[in-house]
Ligand binder design. Structure first.
Ligand code: URA
Length: 242
């Protein structure tokens, strides 16, 4: 049986409760817990806690962050408010890759902070992971205007940044969130329904594909499949860990 500990009950939490129950996840509600909104706003843009300035990986990371922040490789630099590099633990075992920043992410400079982000946070929590433990980023570091799909050349331009993040983080497993992330990463046109439910690899790192939380918010019926995919990812991770 899977159990999730839910922060204190509020209007938002009652919706989260419904999501989790639809995924077949049991929910525990502790008496005292920080509201999820607070946890999200308190999250650092990038957790430096596992690094120090004498560590070469730290300077590589800082350099990469500033390269991304100053990127003008494509026209998205003209419409973005800011780049969205990613947040979380730069030594994470889990790398979560979404599609591209949306409006909220573009304004806040952090990935997955809107409604889809809330559900992603819950999906991670359902398998015992906090946003601070994992690293969350996107295929694109800039918001496509009107939230249109990334163009292939935009994804290509951003790919080097993702590869450098991957090389620095060295995750043990990658979760590709949604069709665009999965297709771009795995270089395939296959529909998500064909990609989910199995183990793929990217540069020797296992990849599990999950439905995008924005899609799950519209398609209640797919939530259970998303839960199965999270369990698959956890199983693969546990196998690696021995
Ligand atoms: N959707 C994504 O794929 N990424 C985000 O950061 C936000 C929404």
């Amino acid at each position: 049986m899977s159990v999730v500990v839910l922060a204190e009950i509020s209007l938002d939490n009652s919706i989260r409760l419904q999501y989790l129950e639809a995924m077949g996840v049991d929910v525990w509600i502790p008496r005292i817990a920080a509201p999820i909104e607070q946890q999200l706003t308190e999250e650092p843009v990038s957790d430096q806690s596992n690094t120090n300035s004498a560590n070469p990986a730290h300077s590589d990371w800082t350099l990469l962050q500033s390269r991304v922040a100053a990127c003008t490789k494509c026209a998205l630099c003209e419409t973005r408010t800011q780049t969205v590099f990613g947040t979380g633990n730069q030594n994470a075992d889990w790398l979560i890759i979404g599609e591209a920043p949306g409006q909220h992410e573009d304004l806040q400079g952090k990935p997955f902070v809107g409604n889809a982000g809330l559900l992603l946070t819950e999906m991670l929590r359902a398998i015992g992971l906090s946003r601070d433990e994992v690293f969350i980023t996107n295929i694109l570091k800039c918001r496509p205007p009107g939230n249109r799909d990334p163009k292939p050349e935009e994804a290509e331009n951003c790919h080097g940044y993702l590869l450098q993040q991957l090389n620095l983080i060295k995750p043990k497993i990658i979760l590709a969130v949604g069709r665009i992330a999965a297709q771009t990463l795995l270089k395939t046109d296959a529909p998500l329904a064909k990609l989910r439910g199995k183990k793929h690899t990217f540069n020797d790192t296992p990849v599990v594909v999950v439905y995008h939380p924005a899609y799950l918010l519209r398609s209640l019926s797919e939530k259970h499949k998303a839960w199965l995919d999270l369990l698959l990812a956890m199983r693969i991770y546990n196998e690696i860990e021995g």
